[in-house]
Write a protein that binds this ligand. Structure first.
Ligand code: GRF
Length: 228
């Protein structure tokens, strides 16, 4: 288990469970921020719906407990979601972080974690909900693309935004080059959102995001990067 050293021993670190399905580069960004002493959190578990993914290796290398719940072993979505909920809750998290977790979750699940579950989506929401966002942004002739961290609600990729980072789309870009540019921003803004939450500065109130006592605009905090 990773635990950031805290200035005050009386402060309890925020317990975070991370859900993944793949390479886990966002998980790695959280691990690295923890190691750097930047996050007052404890990564208490990483759960994957796929075995043999790089994200699990990253977690094991960081001594974080891991679990695999393969959705294919469950009769239906309800049964899978229920088992996943039980598994997550066994770690008593304060926050659940979806980091490339490629499963649609039912409303009973999202309601259970309302206000304490984040997702990261590779687009400037509300644009391009769903899959293949980089190609779709290119096909639409967008000048900018980006990534959004948001609270999870029952609406897929539709919960209130927390922070959004945009990057330019440049001549010659393809989905791969654009994804790379967007991912650099993902690895900055996900730890940032987790930090705000852990510091008690971030809340979801009546379907809106509140940061440091102020309601945020619909798209959340805006970060613009000109880095190519
Ligand atoms: C990221 O691009 C994220 O925006 C999307 O899934 C991808 C996960 O990447 N939700 P990784 O597993 O964190 O490397």
């Amino acid at each position: 288990m990773i635990q950031t050293s805290l200035k005050s021993a009386s402060l309890k670190p925020t317990r975070v469970v991370v859900l993944i399905s793949g390479s886990g580069s966002n998980l790695q960004a959280l691990i690295d921020s923890c190691h750097a002493g930047e996050l007052p959190i404890e990564l208490v578990a990483v759960i994957s719906n796929r075995a043999d993914v790089l994200g699990l290796t990253r977690a094991q290398d960081a001594n974080i407990p891991t679990a695999v719940l393969d959705h294919k072993n469950f009769a239906d979505r309800e049964t899978f979601d229920r088992a996943l909920m039980q598994k997550i809750d066994s770690y008593q998290p304060d926050l659940v972080v979806l980091a490339g977790f490629m499963r649609i979750l039912l409303a009973t699940f999202t309601q259970h974690y309302e206000g304490r579950m984040f997702n990261i989506h590779p687009s400037l929401l509300p644009k391009f909900q769903g899959l293949h966002t980089h190609q779709r942004a290119l096909d639409a002739g967008e000048k900018h693309h980006g990534v959004t961290v948001h609270f999870v609600t029952a609406e897929l990729d539709g919960g209130p935004a927390i922070v959004q980072a945009s990057v330019p789309i440049v001549a010659g870009d393809d989905a791969k080059s654009l994804a790379k540019r967007v991912q650099q921003q993902e690895h900055i803004i996900y730890p940032l959102a987790v930090k705000w939450f852990a510091e008690g500065k971030l809340k979801m109130i009546e379907g809106k995001t509140q940061l440091k006592g102020e309601l945020l605009p619909a798209a959340g905090v805006q970060i613009h990067s000109d880095t190519l």
